[in-house]
Design a protein around this ligand. Structure first.
Ligand code: MN
Ligand code: MN
Length: 464
């Protein structure tokens, strides 16, 4: 046998998905991408992404879960956790005693939250004080148009939904930055300190209320506009969750339109495909759950994050309906932790290890373990479970690759995988490679998001 033939037989051959797909599959890639772009444009916060997912699910036959209901194979329910996290469930032919299949993605993304006392006037301009959410490079969030989303709960309990800056006709907001001409001192700061947390002040107005007597007339005018539009007073900010996100719309990137640029790919690029895998799952062998969770970007704490018990409680309810113990269901369950990984960026090749990193257009990336500093803080999937996932994806024609998050000592990061694994569930991370992750404008590949959908569908259709 020649060396070439032997290499053909023995060596791995990573290949761009476009060189492996038939033309009709490329068409599916493009139409799935259009639907995904729509989801991204309309679900820019955890609340919006949650409620939009529920709307899509309801249009496809999902109804609220009844703890005392009785369900048969093919029935579709959802559990809405405080409008910020949601579990979709398609009942399988087997009893849940055989375990359930879970795809878990997160729908919160890095952003700029308002402080509880946000509104002030300085030098005849009005601003919001903010507290950023998640891991951001702060300098990236200045001098770009921002939109304001969220809810305000008034003293009488009424909840007002706020959304300003998404409509083309809407005003936008902005965090100002210093001009380079006068930035000699600022430019000496490290990149990390280039813009500091307390400098992320959002400009929201400059026109004073017309009166010569009172002070803070710009703040007063802004407050009057908010009062007319939403019926709120300054004190109502105390019981509000207002979030600033980039006001830009999603768009194709590249002359070949192979990429999508936009805010919040991490992790809606996994949330949307896992939602659609549940929507398109008709009568699976095993009961299938898609979990869209909140608070991943701040460590999964809180009652809408995956450190909370809402997922095991839901599974306990399923177990009770089937007359079995919750832990028996959990121990036999399997999960794809659906989260993004860093795509190799040749401009910043330094922190990547090319043999074990993910590349744009090579399909979804399977990440055996995350964490940092010698596998600290990770669940690390077993060879057996990786083997099962590998076979599942290959059998279903899913184009996939294996990757780590950068070089061993370059940094690190985690996902929800370990919190699910701690419930005695087999878990592995599976997701879409992202360029410029956590920036206000992230980039992913159309073929990779489609392969995520195909991967979660293959997982939900498992027979064993
Ligand atoms: Mn993520
Ligand atoms: Mn993230």
């Amino acid at each position: 046998m020649s060396a070439k033939d032997l290499q053909e037989k023995l060596f791995m051959k990573p290949k761009n998905a476009y060189l492996r797909m038939e033309e009709n599959e490329v068409e599916k890639v493009n139409s799935f991408s259009e639907d995904y772009k729509n989801y991204l444009n309309n679900g820019k916060t955890e609340r919006e992404a949650c409620l939009l997912a529920i709307k899509i699910a309801e249009e496809n036959g999902f109804v609220p879960f009844d703890k005392n209901g009785s369900y048969k194979a093919g029935d579709r329910v959802y559990y809405n956790n405080r409008d910020k996290a949601v579990i979709f469930c398609v009942f399988g032919k087997k009893s849940v005693a055989e375990g359930v299949k879970i795809a878990a993605a997160h729908i919160d993304s890095p952003r700029i939250d308002l402080k509880p006392n946000p509104l002030y006037e300085d030098s005849e301009m009005a601003f919001f004080k903010t507290h950023y959410y998640g891991g951001i490079k702060k300098y990236q969030w200045t001098a770009i148009p921002l939109a304001l989303h969220g809810v305000v709960v008034k003293k009488d309990g009424e909840k007002v939904t706020v959304n300003i800056g998404e409509d083309d006709a809407d005003p936008k907001f902005v965090i100002t930055d210093l001009l380079p001409h006068l930035a000699r001192e600022q430019m000496k700061r490290t990149l990390n300190e280039g813009i500091q947390g307390e400098e992320l002040n959002i400009l929201i107005g400059s026109r004073p209320f017309k009166d010569d007597e009172a002070s803070e007339l710009v703040k007063l005018n802004v407050m009057q506009i908010l009062n007319e539009k939403y019926g709120v007073i300054e004190e109502d900010f105390l019981s509000a969750e207002l979030e600033c996100v980039p006001a830009m719309k999603v768009c194709d990137i590249g002359l070949d339109r192979s990429l999508i640029g936009g805010y919040g790919h991490d992790d809606r690029v996994c949330a949307y495909p896992s939602l659609m895998a549940a929507v398109d799952c008709k009568e699976p062998e095993f009961t299938c759950l898609t979990v869209l969770t909140d608070k991943e970007e701040t460590g999964s704490d809180g009652n809408t994050g995956l450190k909370s018990f809402y997922l095991p409680y839901f599974i306990a309810d399923l177990a009770r309906l089937a007359g079995v113990e919750a832990h028996d269901v959990l121990s036999k369950s399997e999960c794809l932790s659906a989260d993004v990984n860093a795509a190799f960026d040749p401009t910043f090749a330094g922190p990547f290890e090319k043999m074990n990193t993910s590349f744009i257009n090579r399909g979804i990336v399977v990440t055996k373990y995350t964490g940092s500093g010698g596998k600290g803080g990770t669940s690390d999937a077993s060879a057996e479970f990786v083997g099962k996932v590998r076979k599942t994806f290959d059998d279903a024609g899913v184009i996939w690759q294996m990757g780590e998050l950068g070089k061993v000592d370059a940094g690190g990061g985690g996902t929800v995988a370990k919190y699910v694994a701690n419930l005695d569930i087999d878990v592995i991370d599976v997701g879409v490679p992202v360029l410029s992750m956590h920036a206000p404008f992230e980039v992913i590949s159309k073929v990779d998001v489609y392969m995520a959908y195909k991967a979660f569908s293959a997982f939900f259709n498992l027979k064993n």
